[in-house]
Design a binder for this molecule. Structure first.
Ligand code: ZN
Ligand code: ZN
Length: 570
């Protein structure tokens, strides 16, 4: 009898008990394996079977450890492992073997518990699984998941022979923990050492390319994907679409998308999100309609993408309509991210009253991010009274650096220098500092990072010289630094100096030095663009005849011939 549902498994169990079959009977194994490992199984039922057996062998125990490690309660894997290790309870329990360790390590990784992981690691060394690649790879994976990259690297370096899984686990660990440049470096090293990547490796490195805006490297990975013939796999094609979108090449994303025969919700969503972030809101909505017409149902993330399209275009009515349709037509309950898009929509277009009203009437509890969006907009639109009222009412928690920065900016823009100074003092007492602006630019497959005011780059001297030259040329064309944006108590000249050394300006100067005349310059920034940098980029694009693509924290700006694709609305 085939087992495909839990009901069938239980029926088989009852039959076995009635017939008094021996527990080693194959029916037992069948129903146990189904309950433990099938997505429609039930680990707790499998556990029941395990405890009803007099002397379950290591297959049963290991399957149980594996079952719990993929469940919502991975701690159970560890507790079973301990029972095996200590040989408890008092009947015969098999010792952990090379099939047990990988799963218990995976469970530690899921719990992000490096402490227990390290103890298991100690046992691995003691029992002598030195040569078992499978166990060793699981250790790399564990340390990567826990963010202990030094240990991950150490295990990797100690291995006598590394396979594609070892490399992928290490790359994944670096990328997961935001060290994307290192992840890309490892990938190159791996390919050079002759190891053939698999789809998991490709997905990990594409994520790193997307994060850092490394388009050249991304294209190289695309080439490898084609050589390997794995472009048809959904995770790979979605990774490619996402990479091209985030690296600013929407046309290439479109090409990959068009080649997919069976487009699923992930591929559609990646494309819609990309279009939305590039400010191509009409296209994004058209794609959404096409997707629905093709019979693919949207999920939560698709709706986030559509709402982002409305947000970036400032379409308040359409945004509210999609929010309503979400539940009614597609049965998706809106989450905080969806509500956040609507709040942002109202707030950015200056409808502060509506935004506040919307937050107060939301059916779910608003979080700090939502309130912050509104308070930020109050500052932007000059409604400091509302901002201060909200700050008082909400009793904002000062543990979070972004709250500090926000409130400090509000005090500065309403000229309350004293309040701001007091706040700064509290901030430094708590050891908090504002995250610096950082911009990345890729030149010849290498990503260079610039921090605002940074003079650490080896070519800093040339970059600063170039910046002065650009500044001069721009001023001849009527550019005036928007010093009012610098919320510090310093004189205008100093303010202009600070503005000129914002990270994206350093990156664009470097780009102008390092790339061929007429070629495109792409920059990825960690924060929202300031007004001055925006004007600066528009002028550079016209005067130097360059297309400049800047990805900021929220969206893309394509600067061409003195204009930006965002229409100055961001
Ligand atoms: Zn700036
Ligand atoms: Zn723009």
């Amino acid at each position: 009898m085939e087992v495909t549902t839990m009901a069938q498994a239980m029926q088989l169990h009852a039959q076995a008990l009635k017939l008094g079959s021996e527990p080693h009977h194959q029916n037992y194994t069948k129903l146990f394996t189904f309950s433990a490992l099938s997505p429609s199984g039930d680990p707790n039922y499998a556990r029941l079977i395990l405890s009803s057996l007099r002397t379950p062998n290591s297959y049963y125990w290991n399957t149980m450890v594996r079952s719990y490690c993929d469940s919502s309660d991975p701690f159970q894997s560890i507790s079973l492992f301990l029972a095996m290790h200590l040989q408890e309870p008092h009947r015969t329990v098999p010792k952990p073997d090379n099939f047990t360790y990988p799963f218990v390590l995976k469970a530690c990784g899921k719990l992000k518990d490096a402490q227990i992981g390290k103890q298991v690691h100690g046992l691995v060394l003691k029992v002598g699984f030195r040569c078992d690649k499978y166990v060793w790879n699981s250790l790399i994976h564990l340390y990567g998941k826990c963010g202990v990259l030094g240990d991950a690297r150490k295990v990797f370096d100690e291995m006598s022979e590394r396979d594609v899984v070892s490399w992928t686990s290490l790359i994944d660990g670096f990328v997961d923990n935001g060290m994307c440049v290192e992840g890309i470096g490892l990938f190159s090293e791996m390919v050079e050492s002759g190891i053939v990547p698999n789809d998991a490796t490709v997905v990990a490195v594409l994520r790193a390319c997307a994060e850092t805006g490394a388009l050249e490297m991304g294209r190289r990975v695309h080439g490898i994907v084609e050589e390997l013939g794995i472009g048809e796999r959904v995770n790979v094609s979605t990774g490619l679409i996402d990479m091209y979108c985030k690296c600013g090449s929407i046309d290439s994303a479109r090409e990959v998308f068009d080649m997919i025969v069976d487009k699923d919700v992930c591929s559609w969503t990646a494309m819609i999100h990309g279009l939305a972030n590039h400010g191509m809101s009409r296209e994004a909505v058209r794609f959404f309609d096409e997707m629905v017409n093709a019979g693919v149902n949207p999920d939560e993330r698709t709706m986030t993408a559509v709402l982002a399209a409305c947000r970036n275009a400032g379409w308040t009515t359409e945004g509210c309509l999609y929010l309503k349709e979400m539940r009614k037509r597609y049965g998706i309950r809106p989450n905080l991210q969806h509500y956040g898009c609507i709040v942002d929509l109202f707030a950015r277009s200056g409808q502060l009253e509506e935004a506040e009203d919307f937050i107060r009437k939301m059916p779910i509890m608003p979080d700090a991010v939502l309130w912050r969006t509104l308070i930020w907009a109050c500052q932007f639109h000059g409604d400091c009274n509302r901002a201060e009222r909200l700050i008082k009412e909400l009793n904002i928690d000062f543990d979070d650096i972004s709250n500090f920065v926000l409130i400090s900016n509000i005090y500065a823009s309403s000229g309350k220098w004293h309040d701001k100074a007091v706040l700064r003092e509290t901030m430094s007492k708590q050891g908090l500092s504002k995250p610096p602006g950082s911009s990345k630019i890729e030149v010849d497959c290498r990503v260079h990072e610039f921090i605002a005011g940074d003079s650490n780059h080896i070519e800093a001297h040339d970059i600063f010289k170039k910046l002065e030259e650009i500044d001069e040329r721009l001023r001849e064309e009527g550019y005036k630094p928007e010093v009012s944006e610098v919320l510090l108590e310093i004189d205008d000249e100093e303010k202009a100096f600070q503005l000129l050394h914002h990270s994206e300006k350093l990156a664009v100067a470097f780009g102008l030095i390092k790339t061929k005349p007429g070629s495109e310059i792409r920059i990825v920034k960690n924060l929202r663009s300031c007004g001055d940098c925006h004007t600066f980029m528009k002028l550079v694009s016209r005067i130097y005849g360059r297309e400049i693509v800047v990805r900021d924290r929220i969206r893309f700006h394509h600067f061409r011939n003195g204009d930006c694709s965002c229409g100055d609305y961001w």
